[in-house]
Design a protein around this ligand. Structure first.
Ligand SMILES: *Cc1c(COP(=O)(O)O)cnc(C)c1O
Length: 487
């Protein structure tokens, strides 16, 4: 037999670079740490939105080399073509969409989790990681007031969490494909679009969708919900799912969850709550008060990469009767028979995923080193800052405010006497963009162009919100003066 040893030796030599020696590992970690510090230190001075530069240059810089290239060159590529380009989510002056904090401890945790590379899907493969994950889910279930029966899963984000909840609801309600055309789902125009997407992905896109009108506070009109369910039941349809919101992305409004829970209970409909943005507020007393009733839902989602200030990449689904999540997802392959009798809880039994990173560490470490009290305080602070913004915006001439904020989003329009309000509000957002000191975005509410002020990063404080007020005041005055000069 011909010996493979020459080729083996050759291949081994070529691949040897993959075995990074200890001294190099330590040096790279040091370099990466310094790189990270430079970025973090630059953040307060950076524009909230960084321009991208030419695409071709970036794509060329990213090209995969055949041979090793220096580590510091890679960091330079990141510095020049990735970091700081686009939204700087970690900026204290980022008031757009839903801000995401990016706690540093989470980044360190991701590093540690990747280094020890625990197999996050199966309990027997990584009992410690599985228990850590279970601890975080249990803790969060307690925070939102779910009972001991609750189960959950750490997902990559809110969209996947919503998909998981919808599938659990579908299975628990035994909605088969032939049932879909007569099965009715209730939501509002402000129910997050990813909930509809989840229905679509779960094969439920052809359910009857009832868009329940919003009341003046931008919450689901519960009288209409109740009426709509009654009418559908009488018509022989099958109401089965309500998509309520605990903090819509548009206005931050929280549906009357207690009332929705009453209606869901009396009509035997699954109540799902999208608390991707708002759920974290359950950590502080004032937030808990505003989310009252959420504990009566059948399922909910939360996004720790929003309200718990973690970097992007973590969502949570919780299901009140945990076995319903288990029943929707438990599955095993023959090759897994060696761990069949293992009693350790396995994340894959509650998830569409098998192999996945151990996500608990990035969630646990920040709470471990800062304590939950710091998070509760930061969240209560955001509620107060939104109130402060609302009250002070009222004094800016021409500003017309949306509803009193349920959480930490305030909506407003610019309605000077002389100009069309839509035109003026667009002009105001454009002026704020050009000014660049703060970053806000818009939405459309009942056909009207509306600006949103979303306050959610941990390092946004009173001076940042006051700066936003100052910018708005200056920009509105400028537009008014410009309008006068045109005449
Ligand atoms: C962000 C958000 C989602 C979607 O979550 P992702 O983490 O972006 O997938 C769903 N609902 C609400 C209310 C949100 O704010």
């Amino acid at each position: 037999m011909k010996s493979p040893s020459n080729r083996l030796n050759e291949l081994r030599k070529l691949a040897a670079t993959l075995e990074t020696p200890a001294a190099t590992r330590i040096a790279r970690l040091q370099q990466a740490g310094e790189h990270a510090e430079r970025f973090l230190e630059s953040l307060p001075k950076r524009d909230v939105y960084g321009a991208a530069g030419p695409r071709e240059a970036a794509m060329a810089a990213f090209a995969i080399p055949q041979h090793p290239e220096p580590f510091d060159e890679a960091l330079q590529v990141l510095d020049q073509y990735v970091d700081g380009i686009g939204h700087n989510l970690g900026s204290s002056r980022f008031f757009a969409y839903i801000p995401s904090g990016g706690l540093h401890d989470s980044a360190v945790a991701d590093y540690l989790a990747a280094v020890s590379n625990r197999y996050g899907g199966v309990g027997a493969a990584a009992p410690g990681a599985a228990r850590l994950e279970h601890t975080m889910l249990r803790w969060l279930a307690d925070v939102v007031g779910y009972p001991d029966t609750a189960e959950g899963d750490l997902t990559s984000g809110g969209s996947m969490a919503a998909l998981s909840a919808v599938v659990a609801a579908r299975e628990a309600n035994k909605i088969r494909s032939s049932d879909v055309p007569s099965a009715v789902v209730y939501l509002t125009t402000h129910t997050h679009h990813t909930f509809r997407k989840a229905l679509h992905v779960a094969g439920l896109g052809e359910c009857v969708i009832r868009e329940i009108p919003l009341d003046a506070s931008m919450r689901m009109d519960c009288d209409r919900l109740q009426e709509s369910i009654r009418v559908d039941q009488n018509a022989g349809l099958r109401p089965w799912l309500i998509g309520a919101s605990a903090g819509t992305t548009d206005t931050g409004s929280v549906d009357a969850l207690d009332r929705v829970a009453d209606i869901a209970a009396e009509s035997n409909v699954w109540m799902h709550v999208d608390a991707a943005y708002g759920g974290a507020f359950a950590l502080c007393e004032e937030g808990r008060r505003r989310l009252k009733g959420i504990e009566r839902s059948d399922s909910m989602i939360l996004d720790p990469h929003k309200g718990f200030f973690l970097p992007c990449g973590i969502g949570v689904v919780l299901v009140r009767d945990g076995h319903k999540l288990f029943d929707a997802y438990h599955a095993r392959g023959a090759y897994m028979q060696d761990v069949a009798g293992d009693k350790e809880r396995s994340p894959c039994d509650y998830s569409a995923e098998l192999t996945r990173p151990s996500r608990a560490l990035r969630f646990w470490l920040p709470f471990k080193v800062h304590g939950s009290q710091a998070f509760a305080a930061a969240l209560e602070e955001k509620l107060l800052l939104a109130q402060h913004f609302y009250e002070n915006c009222e004094n800016i001439e021409g500003i017309e405010l949306g509803p009193v904020p349920d959480l930490s989003i305030v909506t407003f329009r610019f309605c000077p006497v002389s100009t069309d309000a839509d035109v003026a509000t667009r002009a105001l957002l454009e002026a704020i963009r050009r000014d660049g000191r703060v970053f806000l975005t818009s939405t459309t509410i009942a056909g009207q162009f509306t600006i949103r002020m979303a306050i959610l990063t941990y390092h946004t404080h009173l001076e940042d919100v006051d700066l936003a007020l100052k910018v708005i005041k200056e920009c509105t005055a400028q537009i008014e003066a410009g309008g006068r000069n045109d005449k």
